[in-house]
Design a protein around this ligand. Sequence first.
Ligand code: ADP
Length: 222
Amino acid sequence: MITLSAVTKSYGTGADALRDVSLEIGKGEFVCLAGPSGAGKSTLLRLLLREDVASSGQVLVEGTDLATLGREARQAYRRTVGFVFQDFRLLPERTVFENVATVARVMGQSRAHQWRRASSLLQQVGLQHRMESFPLQLSGGEQQRVAIARALMNEPSLLLADEPTGNLDRALSIEVMDIFRTINASGTTVVMATHDQDLIAYVNRRVVQLQQGQVTDDRRPE
Ligand code: ADP
């Protein structure tokens, strides 16, 4: 599904953020990108989201070279990818339901469809009773679950997450991982950056280790 061939990303300052990274990720995999702060994890995710392009090398997703996408194709591509950030990025003045449904409104889906899908996703993450609340009335774990529901609204085949549990305590982190595992079990490819070794052990799936922009290890559980 994803092929990186000799990808280098330089921001023009200091060392390369990614250096000669080659990586294949198959459909339906759950991959943890591990490594310390500054290793290049976010940069790799930003390339996969097509927020940025590689300085050299190729990033292919489902056979498409992301560097070749024009403005509209890029927007269309991004709608097929779900993204979850460490800091949730919910709209504070919108209700939980609106935060989740907004994505679909942008795509011109009917109100009835939005309502059904948003309710079903909020139920899936255990927040159906919080639909009319505002984000700041929720705990961090609840806010992240809203963000996950939002990321799934367009039925993405790929879910990217950048330190999604970075602001959560252990119990909530495990809840979020259980949701990711369920999403993955239903066929969505998941690529998650984290420096949390305990969480990586809990997930117990493929781990790609980055260090100073290079892949230093790539292993799957026995
Ligand atoms: P990680 O997510 O593993 O913490 P990053 O991908 O954020 O790592 O960063 C990798 C390297 O690229 C770091 O040295 C960081 O300082 C640098 N970097 C990241 N984003 C930018 C940017 N927008 N401009 C300049 N340097 C950046």
